[in-house]
Design a protein around this ligand. Structure first.
Ligand code: IPD
Ligand code: CA
Ligand code: CA
Length: 269
């Protein structure tokens, strides 16, 4: 896609997002139909599915040659590295949505032959847009922003879910996380990975890290962070592969280096 085409696709993605957001503004009062998926923490509502269906319909109307992968099952057979693929999380932060917290977003990453071209994260209740087009920068609402260089480590504020401090599955990583919490200024947990990447891109967080995300969680956020001038990878500094679940770390370069080195070293000990 040319840069001009990317901007056009982004505008169309934003039009669909606005339509989808209307489905999500009212149900805070309505009764939601909530189901669990893999475990009690893994929720899906009728609204997640409605938003995903809306994207499937609109993309097929606008771009019949494009493919889509969505968290709720669309395109499970699609190869994210081939052709133009929209990777969508219809609601990132479903637990927040269900518990009537306001931090939930719609996340759309558009890839061409495995390369991110467009990323949009829309914070529905706060009406905030975070977006990027490859080579054209990161935008917070209409304002272009670049990430500042990392400041002193002890003054950092990092997005981290307390769950990872007590992880039985990853005891070494849990220990590194506890050191991080001890040594930095503060942690925050917003419960929506795409939003936490967007906050890192726009400077509200100095970084974000997690042990488990899926391609729809980071498809848009990856481009936002990169276009803002930051780094994004797994916690060991390896590239994200879009194959199944992965750990994730994003931050400005120096902080990213400090954190990925800490995780790599602890794994070798
Ligand atoms: C979840 C959120 C959460 C993250 C989980 C994701 P969902 O997405 O982003 O913050 O820790 O790994 O699965 O289920 O709300 O779309
Ligand atoms: Ca998600
Ligand atoms: Ca979701």
């Amino acid at each position: 896609m040319s840069n001009q085409t990317d901007f056009h696709v982004k505008e169309n993605a934003e039009t669909i997002i606005k339509e989808a957001a209307k489905l999500l503004c009212t149900p805070l009062q309505d009764e939601l139909h909530i189901q669990t998926k893999s475990d009690a923490d893994d929720l899906v509502t009728d609204k997640d599915k409605e938003v995903e269906d809306l994207f499937r319909t609109r993309i097929a109307e606008m771009y019949p040659e494009h493919k889509m992968i969505g968290e709720e099952g669309t395109g499970s057979e699609v190869n994210a590295n081939k052709g133009t693929v929209w990777i969508i999380d219809p609601i990132d932060g479903t637990t927040n949505f269900v518990h009537q917290h306001y931090n939930f977003v719609i996340s759309v990453g558009i890839y061409e032959d495995g390369e991110a071209r467009v990323g949009v994260v829309y914070d529905v209740m706060n009406d905030e847009w975070f977006s990027a087009v490859r080579g054209a920068g990161f935008f917070h609402n209409d304002k272009q922003k670049k990430m500042a260089a990392s400041g002193p480590y002890e003054e950092s504020i990092i997005g981290l879910n307390a769950r990872w401090l007590i992880s039985k599955r990853f005891p070494r990583r849990a220990e590194v996380c506890r050191h991080i919490v001890r040594d930095i200024r503060a942690t925050r947990s917003y419960g929506a990975a795409a939003l936490e990447m967007a906050y890192t891109a726009c400077g509200r967080l100095d970084g974000y890290l997690t042990m488990r995300v899926s391609p729809w969680d980071y498809a848009a956020g990856k481009l936002l962070v990169e276009e803002a001038g930051g780094k994004i990878s797994d916690i060991f500094g390896q590239s994200l592969t879009f194959e199944g679940e992965t750990s994730l770390l994003c931050a400005a370069s120096d902080l990213h280096g400090t954190l990925s080195t800490a995780f790599s070293q602890s794994e070798r000990e």
